[in-house]
Design a protein around this ligand. Structure first.
Ligand code: MN
Length: 230
């Protein structure tokens, strides 16, 4: 690192200035983790998820995780890693602050891309349908199992449809935890059951919200594409 670079880094660390680039531990200019764009308009999932909920959930909560993460990793070894690797490395290191914000950043992008406006999500591919039938007996049973996991997750967390070893399964995780830290697991779909995901629209009726998210907003096209890439 040059003297000038060091000076810039010090100024940024003190003033958290936005105009100057952040630096990694090795003094290289850091590529910040970005808040990925929503794949639809903020009102596109209404009435199941209102534009008001998305304005807070995406614009405040998700954006907040990204901003906090960039502040935490500036000047550290994490700053040169892609997001997925930051999640895995911080989990392995037991760095809870970095992990929570990195995992929440990843989980939310995955969540937004699990969903599509009602009527546009399509149907599971033939390959995914076969795997769903093998694992759950039917698509309806798969949806019911995922909804059950989402409703039973105590407190904040996530319910996931995953592929592992060529088979499908349902898991739920607390808080920011995410299946991408487990080798060989590919998440296919997720439901966010933090209260910020539904409370403005549904208050305490998590079960009703979850049923409509899975039943009306799931993008089976996106989920099938993820399964095809396993
Ligand atoms: Mn959320």
């Amino acid at each position: 690192m040059t003297r000038k670079d060091f000076a810039l880094q010090s100024v940024c660390a003190v003033a958290a200035c936005a105009a100057l680039p952040a630096f990694s531990a090795k003094g290289k200019p850091m590529k910040e983790i970005e808040l990925e764009k929503l794949p639809y308009a903020e009102d596109a999932l209404a009435p199941v998820i209102s534009a008001n909920t998305i304005s807070f959930h995406y614009g405040k909560h998700h954006a907040g995780y990204v901003k906090t993460l960039n502040g935490l990793i500036a000047g550290t070894k994490y700053a040169e890693l892609p997001l997925v690797e930051i999640v895995r490395a911080s989990a392995a290191d037991g760095n809870a602050a970095v992990f929570n914000n990195a995992a929440q950043t990843w989980n939310h992008t995955f969540y937004w891309n699990t969903l599509a406006p009602a009527g546009t999500g399509g149907e599971p591919s033939a390959a995914l349908s076969a795997a769903i039938t093998a694992a759950f007996g039917s698509l309806e049973a798969c949806k019911a199992a995922l909804a059950d996991a989402a409703v039973k997750r105590f407190g904040s967390g996530w319910a996931w449809l995953i592929a592992e070893g060529g088979k499908l399964a349902i898991v739920s995780t607390p808080n920011a935890e995410t299946p991408i830290v487990r080798a060989g697991v590919t998440p296919l779909a997720v439901v966010d059951v933090w209260e910020h995901a539904y409370y403005l629209d549904w208050q305490n009726r998590r079960a009703d919200h979850v049923k409509d998210v899975i039943g009306k907003l799931f993008s089976w096209k996106a989920i099938s594409d993820r399964f095809a890439a396993v």
